[in-house]
Design a protein around this ligand. Structure first.
Ligand code: SDX
Length: 429
């Protein structure tokens, strides 16, 4: 950490603030003493210039398009690792040895079943309820089943809850899908890997054996890796804030799911595919590019732009490669949606508006095409994002709990309402 400092003078009041440096990336100005010394708050709606915590988990360089998990580049993890290995890395900070990986896989695999009573929660929903609504309800309800792992001050209970979340999210997500399409729930099988187990729970039917396609399960596993964690994004910040009050981990993850649902965040993959379907053909792309630029039109190119990446989202490049692999394996390489997506990307990347505003495709731009090709309806896309991001939320939640500086998050405001005034009886209004 450097010993630089920053001085802020407001009127005759001065605050001398320390500047802290991390391993890599921007320094931070510790403004903890600002209000006490100057009587002023900082103001940063959307937190565009605000660091909320110290973290060792994920580093993003938006200008260079770099994403590291515990120092390892996402490209190498997606190429060489599997999702449970990345889960271990995010949770424990190091890549597992062969023995550690075997033990971790065994522990996760043997937590994949949910309490049989869970299935009754689903019957309370309409069949056409959005699966994300079902996920919010069912994941939050997990707190009702696991009283033996909600003491957040006990590291062992925190790790048990963490493993339970990682293990059970695919089962709950698959149950949400099966309920949505009116098919019977499929139990997990312990002899399948994480992604294969999930695909089987989604697509197997009692009438015939489900044969796992290794190309598709590898693609599913890689999609999980790409969505695993992403620094202090909106849903992760939601989980941290919920956790700062001491709420149990299942309730915190349910809060993260609710935030991820928004189309500006994890809901963008569903919105991006709906947008590509609405555009429908290459000929209509200029019409939508014009709409995206029109200040009076709320339309945005879904799957484009990012708060941090002002270069190509490194996950989008890997996602695009996975899309081609899946479509080729399924014989859909001439999918019209892919043709529209690639032409839209080509045009947008050469258009002055998008270049000036540094709007590049993000992870959500290609993921929808791949998930549709794998057989998922668009309403399940954000559920899959939530499934994969659970490990990131849980790792960040654990880090927050273990942070000696952590205290309940409680931002202040700039009040622009009415000054003090007296009550007026209704007869005089
Ligand atoms: C995710 O934070 C994370 O890490 C998130 C995520 C993760 O892994 O957790 O990466 C996952 O959420 C990816 C983002 C998915 N969202 C979308 O694809 C929705 C479309 N994109 C936008 O709504 C937008 O780009 C955001 C929300 C992603 C970022 O918004 P910002 O940083 O607040 O930027 P902004 O809205 O202020 O836009 C800056 C300018 C604006 O123009 P001006 O007002 O400056 O003239 O760029 C324009 C915007 O109008 N703009 C777009 C645009 N995105 C921004 N114009 C057209 N199409 C777009 N997609």
């Amino acid at each position: 950490m450097t010993d630089q400092s920053a001085t802020i003078k407001i009127g005759d009041r001065t605050a001398n603030l320390s500047v802290k440096s991390g391993t890599i990336g921007p320094d931070v100005i510790d403004i903890g003493a600002l209000y006490k010394n100057t009587g002023s708050f900082t103001y940063d709606p959307g937190f565009t210039s605000t660091a909320s915590c110290e973290s060792k988990i994920t580093y993003i360089d938006g200008d260079e398009g770099i994403l590291l998990h515990r120092g390892y580049p996402i490209e190498q993890l997606a190429e060489h690792g599997d999702f449970l290995e990345v889960c271990y890395l995010l949770l424990y900070g190091e890549l597992p040895t062969a023995a550690q990986k075997k033990d971790f896989d065994y522990r996760v695999t043997h937590h994949t079943m949910v309490h049989e009573q869970m299935s009754r929660f689903f019957t309370g929903f309409r069949r056409d309820a959005h699966p994300m609504a079902v996920m919010c309800g069912c994941v939050g309800a997990l707190s009702a089943f696991y009283h033996d792992s909600t003491d957040i001050t006990d590291p062992h209970q925190r790790m048990v809850a963490s493993l339970r979340m990682i293990a059970k999210m695919p089962t709950i997500a698959a149950m949400a899908y099966k309920y949505y399409i009116g098919q019977p729930f499929v139990y997990p099988k312990n002899d399948l890997d994480y992604a294969s187990n999930f695909l089987r729970m989604c697509f197997a039917v009692p009438c015939e054996e489900y044969v796992v396609n290794p190309v598709l399960s590898r693609a599913m596993d890689r999609i999980f890796i790409l969505h695993a964690d992403h620094e202090q994004n909106a849903s992760t910040s939601t989980v941290r804030l919920a956790g700062s009050s001491g709420a149990n981990p299942f309730a915190c993850i349910a809060a993260g799911i609710a935030c991820l649902w928004g189309p500006a965040h994890g809901g963008a993959n569903e919105a991006a595919l709906n947008m590509l379907s609405e555009i429908g053909s290459v000929e209509r792309i200029p019409e939508y590019i014009a709409r995206a630029k029109d200040k009076n039109d709320p339309f945005r190119l879904m799957g484009f732009g990012h708060r941090v990446y002002k270069n190509y989202d490194p996950r989008a490049k890997i996602m695009q490669k996975t899309t081609h692999e899946v479509l080729a394996e399924l014989g859909h390489k001439d999918d019209p949606l892919l043709e529209v997506a690639m032409e839209l990307e080509r045009i947008a990347l050469t258009d002055e508006y998008f270049i000036e505003k540094k709007l590049y495709p993000n992870i959500d731009f290609y993921s929808g095409i791949t998930l549709k090709a794998l057989g998922f309806p668009t309403t399940m896309f954000t559920v899959l994002f939530a499934l994969a991001r659970t490990v990131g939320w849980i790792a960040q939640w654990n880090e927050m709990i273990e942070d000696p500086q952590q205290r309940i998050g409680r931002p202040r405001q700039l009040y622009i309402g009415e000054p003090l005034r007296d009550y007026v009886p209704v007869s005089k209004r």
